[in-house]
Design a protein around this ligand. Structure first.
Ligand SMILES: *Cc1c(COP(=O)(O)O)cnc(C)c1O
Length: 363
């Protein structure tokens, strides 16, 4: 019986490995990537920087220069410390390893970012859903009651929320921070599109951590996330961070790109303007509801006579890949999530969608 059945925990055996669909030949509007690259001149300068890296040496284990730059660019409060990770996914895992485990509970809204639940499962931490209302807003009383009853070691709040795009009220977040017996992690993955942040509040709340990532604002390939918190909490997290978790190429590339922050900021501004155009066009389109978004994606729900899975499939045949969220969680039936692309990509998507909302895709 030297097989996996004997040793792999049942909770892991029940999982399927995370699938990323191929986007070959398709307009890729499924993963909240920034559609723009750095200008050619800057790419050349970046390559010169990369050439200086000593690949035979381990990376700087403390990421000193990178953290210094992050501190300045993000205006991290002086009293706070920073820890960096191989994407914020790794930081979520580190937080779950630090405070989760058997007999512990992690809580997050439903629907929200799928990784919170997956990482709970992987770390043997019980997962408690905080159900959102059907308009995706959060009911403060319901949240506080569930948190009081389940006493989670940590609560994750994506701000704005993925896949719904809305930002919870700061009053609700304050209530969650007050009611939570443990950590509250405000996940600001979409900060560059929302302009909203709780970073300034971190120093005033000993149980609050703010998480950011460079992924959605143009550097998904680097895999760099960060958590800001009190020196006490960050110090505990440092104990379980594997040495050299952020590689040399990522460190030097992120440092370089953060020096060119104005370009990433201009790209985000463009995406926000195009989000509005896309939203207006979707609102005009019969057969669906579009939900307002603070992020770089828009959630839509097709009217009940259409079948989202069929429409998703047809959109692919028209050369556009979006995310099908049908049966992916509470209140997501018949929903698709569209990443805001370039203006040309958005228009191609809109005409493809129009062509797909036909009698053949009705139930
Ligand atoms: C995309 C996303 C992340 C993951 O970010 P990485 O840094 O690429 O791992 C984290 N949180 C939310 C809410 C996201 O949507």
């Amino acid at each position: 019986m030297k097989n996996s059945e004997q040793w792999v925990r049942p909770a892991i055996r029940a999982l399927a490995a995370y699938q990323v669909p191929s986007a070959k030949g398709l307009i890729k509007l499924d993963a909240m990537e920034n559609p723009y690259q750095l200008p050619a001149q800057l790419r050349a300068e970046w390559l010169q920087q990369l050439a200086t890296v000593s690949l035979n040496r381990y990376p700087d284990p403390e990421c000193v220069r990178l953290k210094r730059r992050l501190r300045t660019v993000m205006a991290v409060p002086e009293q706070c410390d920073i820890i960096v990770g191989n994407g914020s996914d790794e930081l979520i895992q580190m937080i779950a390893m630090l405070v989760g485990g058997a007999g512990r509970t992690l809580a997050a809204p439903a629907p929200s970012f799928a990784m919170y639940r997956l990482i709970s499962t992987i770390t043997s931490t019980k997962f408690v859903e905080l159900p959102l209302q059907s308009d995706f807003s959060a009911d403060a009383k319901k949240f506080v009651n569930l948190i009081t009853a389940s006493q989670p070691c940590c609560v994750f709040l994506a701000y704005p929320n993925n896949p719904t795009g809305n930002s919870f009220d700061t009053a609700l977040i304050e209530q969650v921070i007050a009611a939570a017996p443990g950590l509250v992690i405000v996940d600001e993955a979409y900060h560059s599109f929302s302009g909203k942040s709780l970073l300034k509040q971190v120093a005033g709340h000993p149980n609050l951590l703010v998480m950011r990532t460079l992924s959605k604002s143009g550097l998904a390939g680097l895999r760099l996330g960060m958590v800001v918190g009190s020196p006490e909490w960050i110090g505990q997290l440092e104990k379980i961070r594997l040495p050299y978790n952020v590689n040399s190429l990522t460190q030097i590339s992120a440092e370089f790109c953060l020096q060119q922050q104005h370009i990433l900021v201009a790209q985000s501004k463009q995406i926000v303007a195009d989000r509005q155009k896309l939203f207006d066009a979707l609102q005009q389109m019969p057969g669906l509801t579009a939900y307002p978004s603070d992020a770089n994606f828009i959630l839509i729900r097709l009217d009940t006579d259409f079948d989202a899975t069929l429409v998703h499939h047809k959109l692919k045949q028209h050369g556009v890949l979006v995310k099908n969220l049908h049966q992916c969680g509470l209140h997501l039936d018949n929903c698709l999530r569209i990443t805001v692309g370039t203006d040309a990509q958005n228009r191609q998507f809109l005409s493809a969608l129009e062509a797909c909302l036909v009698p053949q895709t009705r139930r």
